[in-house]
Ligand binder design. Structure first.
Ligand SMILES: Cc1cc2nc3c(=O)[nH]c(=O)nc-3n(C[C@H](O)[C@H](O)[C@H](O)COP(=O)(O)OP(=O)(O)OC[C@H]3O[C@@H](n4cnc5c(N)ncnc54)[C@H](O)[C@@H]3O)c2cc1C
Length: 398
């Protein structure tokens, strides 16, 4: 039977949308290029940060508060702690100042009743011995937050989505949208198969989205970001109890990372910066010697005990960037039958438990707390939403 809703893409945006739309009594089908979890998908990884810190931006903090409750519910439902509340530590080279990402994040979290604790070099040295403490003079630890095992979550969500009756078809890549009588009614795949829907086609294709919806190529861009897995020679130093999720003066350096992974036994470190513009389907995704040189430089300065450790895995993973860093979750204003949910800009996974309702509302044309920020909008970005991102100054304060 033809589904009412066809979802293109089985990452965190697509699977949570399919689950919620199915819960709203739609017949839903989802197709994806890969086996799921798709190895090249942004969602497929060993860990993703769950932080509520977004500077003075209360909307994202509220959404993360709601998401953390959802992650805990899924821990119980999946019978395994895939969300680890190990705390998030944000440290800075200079004292916190009004207007700064860390200052505004700290004060908003306190105002909202979170128990964030201020840090100075002496406290860092005493409690977190892996850090080169004199280099970090200020910051805070928020005990609410941590990381989630993203690839494992996708595995569980695929099972859950099939359990509720959503038909999932893998190894099918949508090559073009099918339009009939001025309405989008389905897709044709690279294999030449047609998949139709009676209500809506929802494109949740991550960094590939603009390849299927070309008019978005002026709004969305795929950018590649390096990720490293380092094997610590002194593992205990990097255990979560004294090495929580960290952001090392992130808005000025981009560096962030995780405690030693409970299963992979590695310390994952990434850089939340401008990235390298790439075509998701065509361009190679490599981590360069220069990326590694910059990592070693950072480690030498901040985590001396990791500076010469073995890098056992690297990956260049893709963001789907919007000009303002806010997601794009919306019906298409000029193409009836088509909705898109993407534009993660490198910070979408943490919202997994709330993405489904936000996307389903957009598909149904219902307004909610995010509509004014995530709906179809023009290109001229006044400000950049994710204040933690290390961007060149021209982008941040235009
Ligand atoms: C290096 C890196 C670090 C990150 N760190 C964090 C973090 O710490 N915290 C956080 O909250 N977020 C983080 N993110 C962002 C997070 O990973 C993304 O927001 C999220 O995973 C995006 O999910 P998605 O479903 O939009 O895309 P994806 O997970 O990429 O899934 C898209 C899916 O669509 C499929 N697809 C695409 N086109 C087609 C087509 N034409 N036909 C069929 N299938 C198609 C693909 O096969 C894929 O499975 C990070 C991202 C990167 C790259």
């Amino acid at each position: 039977m033809t589904p009412e809703i066809l979802v293109i893409g089985g990452g965190i945006f697509g699977l949570t949308a399919a689950l919620e739309l199915s819960a709203r009594q739609y017949r839903v089908m989802l197709i994806d290029s890969g086996p799921l979890p798709y190895p090249l998908a942004a969602s497929t990884d060993i860990s993703k940060v769950v932080r509520m810190e977004y500077g003075a931006d209360a909307l994202y903090m509220e959404l993360v508060e709601e998401s953390i409750a959802g992650w805990k519910t899924w821990n119980a439902e999946f019978g395994e702690d895939l969300y680890h509340q190990v705390g998030v530590m944000m440290l800075t080279h200079a004292p916190l100042m009004a207007g700064d990402f860390e200052y505004e994040s700290y004060h908003l979290a306190r105002k909202r009743g979170h128990d964030s604790q201020r840090m100075d070099s002496a406290t860092i040295a005493r409690r977190y011995p892996a850090w080169n403490a004199p280099l970090y003079v200020d910051g805070f630890l928020n005990p609410t937050g941590g990381y989630v095992e993203s690839g494992r979550i996708i595995e569980e969500l695929v099972k859950k989505t099939k359990r509720v009756g959503v038909e999932i078809i893998e190894h099918e890549t949508a090559a073009q949208l099918i339009e009939r009588e001025g309405r989008i009614v389905g897709v044709q795949t690279e294999a030449g198969h047609e998949f139709l829907a009676t209500e809506q086609v929802v494109v949740t294709g991550g960094a590939w989205t603009m390849l299927l919806v070309p008019e978005l190529a002026n709004f969305l861009s795929a950018t590649g970001h390096p990720v490293f897995h380092v094997k610590p020679s002194d593992p205990d130093l990097f255990e979560a109890r004294h090495f929580p999720v960290f952001c090392a003066d992130i808005s000025n350096t981009g560096w962030y990372g995780f405690p030693r992974h409970p299963h992979q036994k590695v310390v994952k470190i990434g850089n939340h910066g401008i990235g390298q513009k790439l075509n998701a389907a065509r361009d190679p995704r490599v981590v360069t010697p220069d990326d590694e040189r910059r990592l070693r430089e950072f480690l030498r300065g901040t985590f001396p005990a990791l500076a010469d450790c073995e890098i056992v895995y690297t990956r260049r993973c893709l963001y789907c960037d919007t000009p303002d860093g806010d997601f794009l979750i919306s019906r298409h204003p000029n193409r009836p039958g088509l909705s898109v949910a993407t534009g993660d800009s490198g910070h979408g996974f943490k919202f997994g438990p709330v993405l489904g309702r936000i996307v389903a509302d957009a598909v149904e044309g219902l307004a909610n707390d995010t509509t004014s920020r995530f709906y179809w909008r023009d290109l001229s970005a006044e400000t950049y939403a994710d204040a933690s991102r290390w961007l060149d100054d021209t982008r941040r304060h235009s």
